[in-house]
Ligand binder design. Structure first.
Ligand code: RIB
Ligand code: CA
Length: 339
């Protein structure tokens, strides 16, 4: 039985510590064909995100993967960074030398359009994995709706069916640019693009221990060392003996979709709430016949998007997938032992 063809993917990132964990997985796993990475302001400034992304891909030996910068701020909100979570440089302040590679001169939206157009022409649709505020993706789908022909699915890290993190109600990526998230869900519904929401309901479950991270950090392999350093930074920052690989879980979901329990549910993005702006309102009512799909109360008269919402995850399988991939280049030692 021949190995299945690698899955074509594109990541949209605001590299950050956990985006870096996702980039290492996307760059190194043989079951993925990383076609491009696009950058957006979020955890750090756009310029910092681009620099961080180039550095991570160079460390992974993937200077063949084009990287382009996109939106410097959300559609309406000012940019609001998360250095308290990711460090001053967005990469855990690990003090790594910058990449010498230049970013692609195109805007992220133009690179995305070119990659997706090519994918459509070759009949190899791409799985797009936004791991950041979705400003670039909203611009893409409004400027180039034909890009949908090159999309197999959008698997985005964002939102939450229950509680937020940036606020009591909103998850950071959606909170950072709520209009963009609303546009992406609306455009995906209109263009028939399947969407998976990898939200906070599963985001924090996929974890790596301090000991596993220390074993990675002691490796001779630069990818393992970087991966270990990123997790150790989080353990130190939060005073914990383990840390989530965050965004990397959304890439695991592309490789192991059966590791998620999802339910197709109506999802709306709250744009007006004083305390709930940026909330993803996931309608889990057993009986929605009571007009919840009625468009009348929607300010734009739109039906909610039907999204495959991740409600549970096989956290052990995803953690082992990430650990096994980032330690694959380590000499001799297998991936850090996991009891
Ligand atoms: O809420 C978590 C998300 O916000 C992650 O993508 C993290 O990198 C930040 O962008
Ligand atoms: Ca991110």
């Amino acid at each position: 039985m021949p190995d299945p063809k690698p899955i074509p993917i594109v990541l949209d990132v605001d590299t950050g510590v956990d985006d870096a964990c996702a980039l290492l997985l996307g760059a190194r796993h043989p079951g993925l064909d990383l076609r491009a990475v696009t950058c957006v302001a979020g955890n750090a400034s756009l310029d910092q995100v681009v620099a961080n992304t180039l550095l991570v891909l160079e460390t992974a030996g993937r200077t063949d993967v084009p990287v382009a910068g996109g939106a410097r701020r959300p559609l309406l909100e000012p940019a609001r960074e998360a250095r308290h979570v990711h460090g001053d440089d967005g990469m855990g302040d690990l003090g790594l030398p910058p990449s010498t590679r230049a970013a692609d001169p195109r805007h992220a939206v133009e690179l995305l359009h070119a990659v997706l157009t090519g994918a459509a022409e070759r009949g190899e649709p791409v799985t797009l994995v936004p791991l950041a505020p979705m400003t670039n993706i909203a611009l893409l789908l409004r400027m180039y709706p034909d890009a949908a022909r090159g999309l197999a699915r959008i698997v985005f890290m964002g939102g939450a069916a229950l509680v937020g993190n940036a606020t009591a109600a909103a998850e950071f990526n959606v909170w950072h640019d709520p209009e963009a998230a609303a546009v992406v869900l609306d455009a995906a519904a209109e263009l028939g693009i399947p969407v998976t929401m990898y939200g906070l309901d599963v985001f924090y479950d996929v974890r790596v221990t301090r000991a596993e991270a220390a074993a990675l950090a002691a490796s001779a392999d630069p990818v393992a060392r970087l991966a270990g350093g990123l997790v150790l930074f989080q353990c130190e920052r939060f005073g914990a003996d383990d840390a989530t690989v965050g965004d990397a879980g959304a890439v695991c979901a592309v490789l192991l979709p059966d590791g998620l329990r999802t339910q197709q549910l109506p999802v709306r993005v709250e744009l007006a709430g004083s305390w709930t702006r940026g909330q993803t309102v996931v309608d889990q009512r057993a009986d929605r016949s009571g007009g919840s799909l009625d468009h009348a109360h929607d300010p734009h008269g739109l039906a909610p998007a039907l999204v495959d919402v991740a409600l549970a995850v096989d956290a052990k399988a995803y953690a082992e997938l990430w650990l096994g991939t980032v330690s694959a280049g380590s000499s001799a030692s297998s991936s850090p032992s996991r009891s």
